[in-house]
Design a binder for this molecule. Sequence first.
Ligand code: NAD
Length: 524
Amino acid sequence: MATAQANTRSGDGGVTGRDDAVIEVRCPADGRVVGCVPGMGPAAVAAAAAQLRDAQPAWEELGPNGRAIHMRSFLDWILDNESRLVGIMQEETGKSWGDAALEISMAVDLINYYSAHAAEFLADRKVASWGAGGLTKKLRVFARPYQLVGMLTPWNGPLGGPMLDGVAALMAGAAVLFKPSEFTPLTWGEATRGWLEDIGAPPVLANVTGGPQTGAAVVEEVDMIMFTGSTRTGRKIAARAGERLIPCSLELGGKDPMIVLSDADIDRASRAAAWGAMWNSGQICISVERAYVEAPVYDEFVAKVTDKVKGLRQGMDPDGSFSTDIGAMCTPAQLDIVESHVNDAVDKGARVLTGGKRGENGQFFEPTVLVDVDHSMLCMRDETFGPTLPIMKVADEAEAVRLANDSRYGLSASVWTGDPARADRISRQLEAGAVNQNNVMMSTFQLTIPMSGWKESGVGSRSGGAAGILKFCRQQSVVSERIHLSSEPHWYPYVPRKNKIQAKLVRLLGAHDWRRRLGLPPRR
Ligand code: NAD
């Protein structure tokens, strides 16, 4: 039996794609093995997909209100098992208890939102007809789910990640084949078990485990693929989806800028920067990855942020104690990236005001503030996805906007100013799918607005009210007859009298001037 260690640098995380591989999951905080899952190959993935396809028609038939009953039972189960789920999540990610617990609130919010609104969002849409040809027609658009949606998720949010799109897809009436990250497969495995065994919900949710090859096998089986992860992998998914001619939706990496202007509330902005850069050890696609601060408030902002970051408590705290703020880095590879970005910055002249190095034990990286940075450095250009905040002084608003846009990413951004008109003006110049004014990251958790990565941060969008659920549906246009006619005017036979009248009608109703309407020759 092949063994792959998921959370160690040497392990291949089930990339073998063999049906007999086993993945060991290790706690990033202390290296303990906390679970094992199979690294499934294409045969196991195909079998799971076939079972889901069998179960999907009855699920769709239930309708949104019927599906909502199961969803709400799932919500009850999540709350009843809250501590256990947070504990599993914490063990496989090395998060602080507080970071892990936030994923429960995301799950609850998503289930309540889509269960409450699915019937309205999925309702048949009546559409007015247009033109003379539509006068006798009744037009409607039905939202019909893709039968099988595949979801590939990363390791930074083992419960929140699958939930973000999974709830909407299930409520749409699709069956969903999930593949969580090979580094963190345990939480979603337990959630799937709860859905199937504890609440006895229909088998329209399956969890296959393994690495990239298992993910690739999922892409081969499904009718639509929802991918959340790195830009590098997203490109591969999009290419294969293009070949298979299935739709794909991609939520990818980011390098979100924070712009702090001299008229901002610096106390609030510095608090937001500390949380926005360090939450989940910075392993959040929409975390604050770089800050641009106007010269007059630069010193004050830097001092206040550094003070707050210095005060953060790091470690994996005991169950339910909320006694640390910031946990470990989930994967050894990510820890290496963070270290290389900090070292590269220091080599090029940056100063570390706090943090700057790995912890002595476990996969920790100290919460770090960097200054004297510029765009020659990796920490200002590439996604760091770690607990670092590089801060750059800018002369004015224009320089801040120019530097913020100097990125291949465009996920979200934040703007800090006391002047709402200025905030709007800057927002309109930013190349980002969302802008938070005097806040950070909030846009992602507002389910009524879209989250869409621009540039290399994604293709398509999630959330956004009805759009969040309709993306998992095909639109089916349905045309029916208002009155019974034995034939239509444009059907056979073509005969001179009928067709000449038709041609005259086209002119009469379609032309924009009377000469053409009446078929008169144009004026010379
Ligand atoms: P990743 O791209 O390495 O992996 C994501 C998922 O894809 C995993 O389940 C992995 O097993 C699978 N996978 C990898 N290669 C594959 C392949 N060739 N074919 C099919 N599946 C494959 O990303 P990661 O390192 O797990 O996650 C970190 C990245 O995710 C960061 O870039 C972060 O910004 C991004 N992210 C984005 C969002 C968002 O909503 N935009 C949210 C969270 C994380």
